[in-house]
Design a protein around this ligand. Sequence first.
Ligand code: PLP
Length: 358
Amino acid sequence: MSAREVAREQLLALPSAGLGAWPTPLHRLDRFGAAIGAEVWIKRDDVQGVALAGNKIRKFNLVLGQALADGCDTLVTAGAAQSNSARTGAAAAAATGLDCHLVLSGGPPGDADEDDDAGAGSTANLLLNHLVGATVHHAGVVSWDELNQRVDDLVAELDTSGRRAFAAPVGCSSPLGSLGFARALLEIEAQLDTAGVTPSAIVHTTTSGGTHAGLVVGRALVEPRSPLADVPIIGVDAGRIHEDVAFQHHALAVEAASLIGLDLAVDLSTTDLTLVDDQVGEGYGAHTAAAADAIDLLARTEAVLVDPVYSAKGLAGLIALVHSGELGGPIVFWHTGGYHALFDPHHGAPLIRRKRTY
Ligand SMILES: Cc1ncc(COP(=O)(O)O)c(C=O)c1O
């Protein structure tokens, strides 16, 4: 067996928490494609069985799979106040009988006080966290690194009190979590083969990089003659949460690959992880007109929902690449989930109040 085949077997043998319904659907977006002038397919990671999960369930499946095998009883993870990742972690923990603590940036919503564990005033993801029984810790205004540090501190504290806790970093973008997307690449390879589609690119939204890194590792595992062997995997950055995004994603891919015995240190360059940097706007969580247009267009042509913080920025990047002539069909848009922010008044309401620009 070749090194690639051995790595592929190791990937498929990793313990998984077994959550979700797979494969997620893949279908063509006829009206949306006609509107932007290119054939577009969509991979529906927004459609899943675990509390409206989204892309992160692929990561948590592997991280929780290992933690359960290690006899852990409590997940600690972190994110922004409306984090999709944290919400998915909370749901995945509930679905596997684990306790869950979330360390979220910002303060408690509305007029709730710090100790209000019922989560008064919570909306969207924050509401879902409380519904599935997570304990929420509001960390105030802190950096991403500080959030991860608080997670580690809380794990140590819980361990001292007799729990067996484990950590998942912001975005669940650990090397092991990222491998969930290496598996996902193999999943879509089979679907594209059945559909007879050779994509010109796979476009998705990226921030902490686990999705991007994992898809790139998956691409290294397909047979050299597969239509996906050279497909550009384009991450549209939605938040610039790292100083050097390309470097971080590359390092994550190399480390993730090493977990299944695949050495990408030499063969993978930072430019093999294609990044688009022009959709961030004012930064993480900031609305852009292009993302708002993308939300509108996809909702009105296909009744598929994307959100202004993440998935709409990825879709806006795809539209811009088509309109500039840099990308032609068939393109796969990987819907990473995350429409929940639409139900947060801060994010959803401004969309219906605005004037459309297209
Ligand atoms: C809906 C959605 N899309 C994309 C991403 C980015 O994925 P990654 O953190 O793996 O870069 C996230 C991360 O939270 C997300 O919630």
